[in-house]
Design a protein around this ligand. Structure first.
Ligand SMILES: NC(=O)c1ccc[n+]([C@@H]2O[C@H](COP(=O)([O-])OP(=O)(O)OC[C@H]3O[C@@H](n4cnc5c(N)ncnc54)[C@H](OP(=O)(O)O)[C@@H]3O)[C@@H](O)[C@H]2O)c1
Length: 273
């Protein structure tokens, strides 16, 4: 384990870290002194990421596991404990998103998206909880600014992201005396890996809808903010000016919020579809 940096001596697990924001969050945690357990479902991509981070001098192991399966999560946590003997930081980042209207969606696609966001957070936490309580560690659920307000074409995704935000709050209250940190990070538009896919109404993987590049933060910027959130043990972090605007409008001017969303749905269809 590293003996320098704010997370020196700490062991961090980031789910869905074979790619995207999860990979960059693991990288920043590693650069801040933590040793890492990477996770994903694709063994080839996961191994590529493990090698990339190891080549950068980070101390890293990986475990292929589907976080919507409890048995996989138990094995994932066993891998972490077997490798490093403890667990201090859990970031539940793995997620599937969608590009489909509710009326068109196959019921099983709704379930798949919801499960990846809800049980994909609950199961790793359930398996890791005894170890995190022992270390008085930190749990961060990765949510989205789309959980702060409704977003057409994102029903199951938004519902799942809103669920984990409430879960973080409830567990913070329920386990208040334990010293365990529970937080949620609402991420805004972020640059994506070129091969990122989301599900359409029939469950087929499709590219994500176009977002203007000037509205997007880099994965590295977002990872830095997530790691800062963990270091400060913050209850909630909302990323991006748009995120703060949504909180303000949704809280104080909800009808205006709906008008803006409905207007952009009509005028910027490609943004949602
Ligand atoms: N990018 C944005 O603009 C944005 C905005 C708001 C919130 N977020 C949130 O930020 C997080 C990261 O997003 P991203 O943009 O980096 O997406 P991404 O590139 O698709 O990364 C998600 C990762 O999760 C993995 N994954 C999905 N289901 C899994 C499962 N059941 N078990 C294990 N791994 C699983 C994916 O790999 P496989 O599918 O190969 O397993 C992938 O490595 C997500 O929670 C997302 O909702 C992103």
């Amino acid at each position: 384990m590293s003996d320098t940096g704010p997370f020196a001596g700490k062991v961090a697990l980031v789910t869905g870290s074979e790619s995207g924001i999860g990979r960059e969050t693991a990288r920043v945690l590693g650069e801040s002194g933590a040793v890492l357990i990477l996770n994903g479902r694709n063994p080839v991509r996961l191994e590529q990421t493990r090698r990339e981070l190891a080549a950068a001098g980070l101390h890293v192991v990986s475990c292929v596991a589907d976080v919507t399966r409890y048995a996989d999560c138990a094995r994932l946590i066993d891998t972490a404990i077997g490798a490093f003997g403890r667990l201090d930081i859990l970031v539940t980042n793995a997620s599937i998103s969608q590009r489909a209207y509710f009326a068109d969606m196959q019921p099983e696609v709704f379930r798949e998206v919801l499960d990846s966001n809800v049980y994909g957070s609950v199961y790793p936490l359930k398996a890791a909880l005894p170890h995190l309580l022992r270390s008085r560690g930190s749990v961060t659920f990765i949510s989205s600014i789309s959980a702060l307000n409704g977003m057409p074409s994102g029903s199951a995704y938004c519902a799942g992201k809103a669920a984990v935000a409430n879960l973080a709050h409830t567990l913070r209250l329920e386990l208040a005396d334990t010293g365990l940190h529970f937080g949620v990070v609402h991420i805004g538009f972020t640059q994506n890996d070129a091969d990122k896919r989301v599900l359409d109404a029939a469950g087929r993987p499709v590219p994500i809808a176009h977002r203007p590049p000037r509205w997007q933060k880099t994965q590295r910027e977002v990872a830095g903010l997530i790691v800062d959130h963990i270091r400060r043990r913050r209850p909630r972090t909302v990323i991006s000016a748009l995120g703060h605007l949504i909180v303000l409008v949704h809280t104080w001017f909800p009808r205006l919020g709906d008008w803006i969303v409905l207007t952009t749905t009509r005028r910027l269809k490609h943004f949602y579809e």
